[in-house]
Design a protein around this ligand. Structure first.
Ligand code: ZN
Length: 234
C-alpha cells in the first residue's frame, strides 16, 4: 500500500488509496471528518496519534467513509456523529438506491452496486444522530463551524463549513485527480440541489472525501456544466 500523504496547515488531511480524511482542530479537542476504508486503518490511526480526537463526523455511512469509525472510537473515546437519514445505511449499502449520475458511469455503477452490497464496515453505533435542525451543533463543542445537509449522494450526506473550507464528503469529488461529479447518488434531484447549495455557500475550498481539496473556482464550471446538462431531469 502506498504511503499516505499527510499534510497539515490550513487543511489537515490524510490521503491514501483514493480516500481522504480531515482533522478540524477545536478549542476543546479535534474532530475527524470520515474514517477511510479497511486498507487505511493502520496509517490513519498513526496519523491521528498527534491529535486529540473527541468527535468523529461521518459525512455519510458508506463503507469507504465509516469503516474505521469503530476502531477510532475505541482508541480515542471519540463520539460518532452521523445524519439521522443515514442511520439505516450503516452496513446496509443497498438500503438506499445507487443511481449513476451520468451515462459515463453506468458500467461503473454496476460494479458499485455489486461490490457495495458485499462489504460491511465493522459494527458501530453513532452516539449522535443529528438532523436538519442541528446545523449549529458543533458550536457547542468549541468549533466555529456549521453542519450543512448535502443530501443526494446518500439521503443523510452532510458536510461541515469551517472558515473558507466546506468539507463535503461525496457531495462532490476529486477522486479522478480533479474536480468531478460523484459517480453515483441515491437521489439525483437531491444531489443537484446540493450542488446548487454549494454554489450558494461559495466556500473557497471544497475538501472532498476522495482526492485533494479543490478550489471552488475550479469546481464551479464542472458543477454548472452538470446542472445545465441535467436541467431537464430536475
Ligand atoms: Zn459515498
Amino acid at each position: 500500500m502506498a504511503d499516505p500523504v499527510i499534510r497539515t496547515g490550513h487543511i489537515n488531511l490524510f490521503a491514501q488509496s483514493d480516500v481522504t480524511c480531515y482533522i478540524i482542530r477545536g478549542a476543546e479537542g479535534d474532530l475527524l471528518v470520515d474514517t477511510g476504508f479497511y486498507m487505511n486503518r493502520r496509517a490513519l490511526l498513526q496519523w491521528l496519534s498527534v491529535y486529540s480526537v473527541k468527535w468523529i463526523f461521518l459525512t455519510h455511512a458508506h463503507p469507504d467513509h465509516d469503516w474505521n469509525a469503530a476502531a477510532v472510537a475505541q482508541k480515542t473515546g471519540a463520539k460518532i456523529l452521523l445524519h439521522e437519514a443515514d442511520s439505516t445505511l450503516i452496513r446496509n449499502f443497498k438500503s438506499q438506491p445507487v443511481h449513476p449520475t451520468a451515462d459515463r458511469w453506468r458500467l461503473r455503477n454496476l460494479t458499485q452496486n455489486f461490490g457495495g452490497a458485499l462489504v460491511k464496515s465493522p459494527p458501530y453505533k453513532p452516539d449522535i444522530l443529528f438532523g436538519d435542525a442541528d446545523g449549529g451543533l458543533l458550536k457547542q463543542y468549541g468549533f466555529d463551524a456549521e453542519i450543512v445537509h448535502l443530501p443526494g449522494h446518500t439521503r443523510g450526506s452532510s458536510g461541515i463549513l469551517c472558515g473558507d473550507v466546506l468539507y463535503c464528503g461525496d457531495a462532490f469529488t476529486a477522486i479522478f485527480g480533479g474536480p468531478d461529479i460523484t459517480p453515483h447518488a441515491a437521489d439525483i434531484p437531491q444531489m443537484t440541489a446540493s450542488l446548487r447549495k454549494i454554489l450558494e455557500i461559495r466556500p473557497k475550498w471544497l475538501a472532498c472525501g476522495h482526492g485533494f481539496p479543490v478550489k471552488l473556482r475550479d469546481a464551479e464550471p464542472v458543477i454548472r456544466a452538470y446542472l445545465q446538462e441535467h436541467a431537464h431531469e430536475i
